[in-house]
Design a protein around this ligand. Structure first.
Ligand SMILES: [Zn+2]
Ligand SMILES: [Zn+2]
Length: 139
C-alpha cells in the first residue's frame, strides 16, 4: 500500500534521528509546509562542541536528562526561514519537551505529529488548542 503523507514524513524523521549524537535518546524532526520538507533536525551538541558519543566526554546528565544536546525540534526550526514555520507541520519521533513545545508554539507551527509518547512535567501544547497534535502509530 502506498504510504500516506504523515507516515511518509514520519519515516523520514526516523531516518534523521539516526544522525543523533546522544546515546540516551535519538530524536528526529522534520518541518513540512505544503507537503514540502523545509528543514530537518536531530538532537546533537552545539556546533564545534564535543558530542555525548565521544568516549572521553559522554552525556551530561542533570535531573535525569542529558543537557549536552540541542533538541531535534530546535535544530529543525533554526534551519527554516520564519515564514516557512508559520502554518507548518513538525514531525517528531518523540513527543516534544516543554521547552521545544514553547518554540513550536511561538514559531507559528500549527500541527505536531509524533510517534513515541513522553509525558512532560508541563504541557504547553495543551494550552494552545489551535495546534493540532496527532499521534502516529508506526510499525
Ligand atoms: Zn547525551
Ligand atoms: Zn525538546
Amino acid at each position: 500500500m502506498r504510504k500516506d503523507w504523515d507516515s511518509y514524513f514520519m519515516s523520514i524523521a526516523m531516518q534523521v534521528c539516526e544522525r543523533s549524537t546522544c546515546p540516551r535518546l535519538h530524536v528526529g524532526a522534520v518541518l513540512v509546509k505544503d507537503k514540502r520538507i523545509k528543514g530537518t533536525g536531530y538532537n546533537g551538541s552545539p556546533a564545534k562542541l564535543p558530542h555525548c558519543e565521544d568516549e572521553d566526554v559522554g552525556c551530561l546528565v542533570v535531573n535525569n536528562h542529558c543537557i549536552r544536546t540541542i533538541h531535534a525540534e530546535v535544530n529543525c526550526l533554526l534551519e527554516v526561514a520564519p515564514n516557512d514555520r508559520k502554518g507548518a507541520t513538525i514531525y517528531v519521533t518523540h513527543y516534544p519537551c516543554p521547552e521545544c513545545q514553547k518554540l513550536i508554539i511561538t514559531t507559528g507551527v500549527t500541527r505536531v505529529v509524533y510517534a513515541n509518547d513522553y509525558t512532560p512535567d508541563v504541557n504547553w501544547l495543551d494550552m494552545a488548542p489551535w495546534i493540532e497534535v496527532v499521534k502516529l502509530n508506526i510499525g
